[in-house]
Design a protein around this ligand. Structure first.
Ligand SMILES: [Zn+2]
Length: 363
């Protein structure tokens, strides 16, 4: 056990000595139960510039529970060589929660890749700030964020909160392999490249099930091509998006998923208008004074669903009355309906430590 196999830091009065070979084995049991396809997440990492040039210096901070499994699966014995040779980046599986500790690990271990849900990345960024750590001094370069739909506005918020990090969207299903079904390329970020050597993707009409043309929005359907023991044939995901097959400007030629809006059952019907939480996020984040945290409260009033958007100001100095009026205005412009807006005190809209709870049903 040579010194070069130890990650050691004594910064901030704490000492870590994580033996690289020992970071993951405790997860082996869960990995065998999961029996997913580990290669796709490796391919995402490699496609996004995580390679063996990062060996010995860099740590992947994996925060999302499923992502931890997927990244860690590379330590299954038959793939261990692949992980070491091709990626070489040690993984620190932290999972959700203890957000102050996440900030501490980001500071002390200096990982370059953060894997989490996009909403939790913002919570971690706030914890970094609260711990008195300069986020620009972190070594983060790449954020792999997925597990919930998110918008360009949220991407900008994350990149502003964690300077130096480039945020990339990934997609997966726990029924198939967890994260790793598709991911944006870090260069262009225009649609999520599907790993077509493992998955066949189709888009169908969510009601009739009929296949739809390229570029038309519908429900994503996947067939696994290499999965053993539990293959899936034309599995209906419930996720709404479109697929294009023209080559990406990055040079890759795979099909790409665009416009991931969320699940079919996430849709809220307000006075006959279909509203996805991501539609609200898109509108909300076009208001500079609005913070990136929000919840949609749906209440049944008679036969109709009534929607209230709960949001908060980006900073304590913002005037609540003006923010409410501005948000009501953009929501009416984007959604075509009037929606009630409640402005909470800065920092009081509930945060998540995993997937954000965007919709709350009452009554
Ligand atoms: Zn691309």
């Amino acid at each position: 056990m040579g010194e070069d196999t130890i990650i050691r830091t004594t910064d901030r009065q704490r000492t870590y000595a994580l033996h690289r070979e020992q970071v993951l084995p405790q997860f082996a049991f869960e990995l065998h139960v999961l029996a997913g396809e580990p290669r796709q997440i490796l391919e995402i990492l490699i496609a996004n510039g995580v390679d063996d040039s990062l060996r010995d210096e860099h740590v992947v901070g994996a925060h999302q529970h499923t992502a931890i499994h997927a990244v860690a699966t590379a330590q299954v014995p038959e793939l261990r060589g692949h992980m070491r040779v091709t990626v070489g980046a040690p993984v620190v599986p932290v999972s959700g929660g203890f957000t102050g500790r996440q900030a501490m690990l980001l500071h002390d271990l200096g990982p370059q890749v953060l894997v989490s849900t996009p909403s939790y990345a913002l919570v971690i960024a706030q914890a970094v700030h609260d711990a008195g750590i300069d986020p620009a001094a972190l070594r983060l370069e790449l954020g792999l964020f997925g597990g919930e739909p998110w918008t360009e506005g949220l991407r900008e918020e994350i990149e502003r909160a964690l300077p130096g990090l480039r945020a990339v969207n990934f997609y997966g299903l726990s029924e198939m392999c967890g994260p790793g079904v598709a991911a944006e390329c870090v260069e262009v970020r225009d649609g999520l490249h599907v790993h077509e050597d493992h998955f066949l993707v189709e888009v169908v009409d969510p009601v009739s099930g009929a296949p739809l043309d390229e570029g038309t929005e519908g429900e994503l359907v996947f067939t696994t091509l290499r999965k053993e023991a539990m293959p899936l044939l034309r599995y209906r995901t419930g996720d709404i998006a479109s697929v294009v097959v023209e080559p990406c400007r990055c040079g890759r030629t795979t099909a790409r998923i665009r416009g991931l809006r969320g699940r079919r059952d996430d849709v809220i019907i307000v006075r006959g208008v279909n509203v996805y939480p991501s539609n609200v996020e898109h509108a909300l984040l076009s208001v500079p004074e609005a913070g990136p945290h929000y919840q949609l409260v749906v209440e049944r009033a008679g036969l109709m669903d009534e929607l209230t958007v709960q949001c908060e100001p980006a900073g304590p100095e913002v005037d609540h009355g003006r923010l409410r009026a501005d948000v009501e205005h953009v929501l009416r412009e984007h959604l075509g309906i009037r929606v009630r807006v409640d402005v909470f005190e800065h920092g009081t809209v509930p945060r998540s430590e995993g997937k954000a709870v965007r919709v709350v049903h009452r009554g």
